[in-house]
Design a protein around this ligand. Structure first.
Ligand code: CP
Length: 331
């Protein structure tokens, strides 16, 4: 595996889930694989989970890790070509990237959407340059449009919980396949679409009954929606759900490009509370974190025994380890 951006990069999902199970059972089994290999983690944006879990995964594999926060101690980087660099940016990304490539074997990059230019963001302009000029395999730690390490961890979490529920005869779920609902929820700031995009892409590839619900205007890009059922009535969408994945995203600009990155609604009736969860099939609440309580979800729902937010975060170590292991195997 030379790049990790999309679900297709991982190959068959059943094999990946089996590998995740093996890695979780013995996370230090592949220490020799990463010996004397270096992972460079580059952050253009803040992180808690991605930073810690990816570094931990690399250490599990015996790798050396270098972390660079571009906005804290590195030269400010120019990302556009053809500009006269007489401002505060001292170095161009096109020199910085191949230099970074000299010091490592794998590069992992976090670079969020700017949310001002849809074409620029959806062309993955920044991480595309890492792929083109670093000479190294590139792993996405959330880009302008995707967050695959999160989506893989979410899939592992759903798979584990569904397997556990099916293993208990007194607790037999009523569905053959889990019903998974991705629901928009309100937020005070404009957020990127990377998490819902990847979640949709991965759920479409998984063996689940997948529904997306959002207010009018928040339609995700069709390449991520795929064959998912889209339901604008949140109540109807949540009925009988086994897993409720809440997330805010700003307008993806699908129906009106001029609205790209804007907040179109702050409708508090979309906040997931105990009444919303009562419409489900004793469903489990999921969110990638960080989450703003009172906007996305109420305290009682996120603190309930049916909240999976901590197992999801824990599985970030496992998703990252499987991905880095697969990349190391191709070096
Ligand atoms: N879920 C997630 O990516 O968390 P961080 O932004 O803290 O890395």
């Amino acid at each position: 595996m030379k790049t990790f951006f999309n679900v297709q990069d991982l190959g068959p999902l059943q094999a990946a889930l089996k590998e995740a199970e093996e890695v979780k059972a013995n996370r230090f089994a592949y220490q020799q694989l990463g010996k004397n290999k270096t992972l460079l983690m580059i952050f253009f944006n803040n992180s808690l989970r991605t930073r810690l879990s990816t570094q931990k995964a690399a250490m599990n594999l015996g790798m050396n890790v270098i972390v660079l926060d571009v906005n804290a101690g590195a030269w400010k980087l120019e990302t556009e070509r053809g500009v006269i660099m007489d401002g505060d940016k001292s170095e161009h990304l096109l020199e910085a990237i191949p230099v970074m490539g000299c010091y490592c074997d794998i590069i992992a990059v976090r670079s969020f959407a700017g949310l001002s230019d849809r074409d620029y963001d959806y062309a993955e302009t920044i991480v595309g340059q890492f792929v083109k000029y670093s000479g190294r395999p590139v792993v996405a730690m959330e880009t302008a449009t995707v967050h695959p390490l999160q989506a893989f961890a979410d899939l592992i979490t759903i798979h584990e919980k569904w397997t556990e529920l099916n293993a208990n005869p007194s607790n037999q779920p009523s569905h053959k396949r889990p019903k998974v609902v991705l629901t928009w929820a309100p937020h005070c700031r404009a957020l990127p679409q990377a998490v819902p995009n990847s979640f949709a892409q991965w759920m479409n590839a998984a063996d689940v009954d997948f529904v997306i619900t959002q207010p009018e205007g928040y339609e995700l890009d069709p390449k991520f929606v795929g064959d998912a059922r889209v339901e604008y009535d949140q109540h109807k969408a949540l009925e009988d759900a086994d897993f409720v994945y809440a997330k805010n995203w700003s307008c993806p600009g699908v129906k009106n490009k001029g609205n790209y990155g804007k907040i179109l609604s702050k409708d508090a009736s979309w906040t997931i509370d105990s009444e919303h969860m009562s419409w489900t099939n004793y469903g489990y609440f999921m969110h990638c974190l960080p989450v703003r309580r009172g906007l996305i979800v109420t305290d009682d729902v996120i603190e309930s025994p049916h909240s999976l937010v901590i197992p999801e975060a824990a599985n970030r170590e496992i998703s990252a380890e499987v991905v880095l292991k697969r990349v190391l195997e191709t070096l």
